[in-house]
Each structure stands twice: as structure tokens, then as C-alpha cells.
Write a protein that binds this ligand. Structure first.
Ligand SMILES: CC(C)(COP(=O)(O)OP(=O)(O)OC[C@H]1O[C@@H](n2cnc3c(N)ncnc32)[C@H](O)[C@@H]1OP(=O)(O)O)[C@@H](O)C(=O)NCCC(=O)NCCS
Length: 226
């Protein structure tokens, strides 16, 4: 099974593409976009949902505006009336958005800026699994911040794949790096796939609840419009 991860760098979007991106959204999404207090957050929301709709439409014969969504108990969105068992995840942060799409396997994607200030060790000691804290202690300074965000994005991707979000204890599973791996501490036999990328000023991670092939690409705005 293949998972397509597509990211869109908002700093590279020509100003004239924003109207076209908004035109891919439905009424509810446009109304939600209008409620964001900050323009950068609004733009990330618009771009993520437009990218998702455009990428779904490339894989099934439905116009971008026609996809319908609902949310499960902890907020994980899913498709209603999809032609096949299509699954997805999306993530937005200021300046960058990412979506992941596949069939039949639960997936989670996360993107975070690499220059975000974070009390890495304090957060890790409070929320991460002991083996992740041990891993972080092997490095210092910039390398520690990088490793922290690699682990953080992978952990976010896992809780987005399961749909539990932050209702799942982040120390109930452990990720390792080089190569990225996910181990559920109460059920180590679960076969997870994981990937992490560092591109420009962002960390990206993908987690999938099963064996998959993962393909990552930066999307071009022009490719979103048929
Ligand atoms: C909602 C959450 C799943 C991800 O949030 P996030 O990393 O802040 O934001 P992202 O942009 O990556 O993801 C948001 C998207 O995830 C999706 N989402 C929401 N709840 C979800 C859930 N339970 N499962 C999967 N996906 C979910 C939605 O599509 C949402 O975007 P939308 O509202 O525009 O549709 C949750 O983990 C969260 O609130 N995280 C806060 C960050 C944090 O404190 N992390 C600590 C790590 S140490």
C-alpha cells in the first residue's frame, strides 16, 4: 500500500493563487477560515484543506468541492461516501501545510517549524516515553532541538493515525530514529510504518498503522488546479 505525503510551502505561493485555493473549499470551510484571528493561520487552514481536496480529486473522479467530511469522537476527520476506502490526515502550521492520503490504512501526518522555541528536556521528561528521554540526553544544543522535533512530529503523527489525539498518553508508545520506528508499549507486535523529513525550516512526520510505502513530495500550486 502506498501513502502519498504532499506538502505545500506557502512562501512560494503566487499571491494570485489564493482565490483559486479558496474556490476549492466548501461553504463550511470558508466560514471557518473567516473566523481565524490571524491571517497566517487563516492561510494555512485554507491551503491545507484546498491541498487535501485537490489531492483527493487526483485519485478519484470527484470535483474538489464535492468531498464530504465528518469527524470521529476525538476529532479525527474522515470521508463520507468516498468511492473507495480512502483515508487521509492533514497538518497545518504557519508557512507550511501537509496532507497524507492512502487506502485502507490509518495514517497521521504532522508538520512543525524547526525554529519553534521549546523547553525540550522539560517537555520530554513530562510527556515522552523513558527511552525517548534517554535518546535526547545523548545530544545537546541545536542537535537536541532537532531530535526533539523529530520525536515530537512522529508522536503527533501516531496519535493522529489512531485518531485519539492528545487523549492518548504520549508515553504509552515510543518512537526511535534512524530509521524512524514506532513501538506500542502495551502491544509491541503492532506493525507501524514511520518516516521523518527535515525540509527547509520544517519537520515532517508520517505514521501508518501497517506496512506501507511512503512517497513524499512538495506540491506546486499550479498542479492543484485541473
Ligand atoms: C489535534 C491534534 C491531533 C493535532 O494538532 P496540531 O499538531 O496542533 O495541529 P495539526 O495542524 O498538525 O493538525 C490539525 C488537524 O488534525 C486533524 N485532527 C483533529 N483531531 C484529530 C484526531 N483526533 N486525530 C487525527 N487527526 C485529527 C484535523 O484535520 C485538524 O485540522 P482541521 O481542524 O483544519 O481539519 C492534537 O494532537 C493536538 O491538539 N496537539 C497539540 C500540540 C501539542 O501539544 N503536542 C504535544 C506533543 S509533545
Amino acid at each position: 500500500m502506498d501513502v502519498a505525503v504532499r506538502a505545500l510551502d506557502l512562501s512560494k505561493l503566487p499571491p494570485e493563487s489564493w482565490d483559486a485555493l479558496v474556490s476549492l473549499l466548501n461553504e463550511e470551510e470558508r466560514a471557518r477560515a473567516a473566523r481565524f484571528a490571524f491571517g497566517e493561520d487563516r492561510n494555512s487552514y485554507i491551503a491545507a484543506h484546498a491541498l487535501l481536496r485537490a489531492e483527493l480529486s487526483k485519485r478519484a473522479g470527484l470535483p474538489p468541492q464535492d468531498w464530504r467530511f465528518a469527524a470521529a469522537a476525538h476529532g479525527k476527520p474522515f470521508l463520507i461516501d468516498a468511492p473507495r476506502d480512502m483515508r487521509f490526515s492533514l497538518s497545518h502550521t504557519r508557512g507550511m501545510v501537509a496532507v497524507a492520503i492512502c487506502e485502507g490504512v490509518d495514517i497521521g501526518v504532522d508538520v512543525e517549524p524547526s525554529d519553534r522555541r521549546a523547553e525540550s528536556m522539560k517537555l520530554a521528561e513530562r510527556f515522552f516515553a523513558p527511552e525517548e528521554v534517554t535518546l535526547l540526553r545523548t545530544v545537546e544544543g541545536e542537535a537536541r532541538r532537532d531530535m526533539f522535533f523529530a520525536i515530537w512530529t512522529l508522536k503527533e503523527a501516531v496519535v493522529k493515525a489512531t485518531g485519539q489525539g492528545l487523549s492518548r498518553a504520549l508515553d504509552s508508545f515510543a518512537v526511535s530514529l534512524d530509521p524512524p520506528r514506532v513501538t506500542m508499549l502495551d502491544d509491541p507486535a503492532q506493525a507501524w510504518s514511520a518516516a521523518h523529513w527535515r525540509k527547509e525550516k520544517f519537520h515532517f512526520a508520517l505514521a501508518a498503522q501497517g506496512p506501507v510505502r511512503i512517497d513524499f513530495d512538495l506540491a506546486q500550486a499550479a498542479s492543484l488546479f485541473p
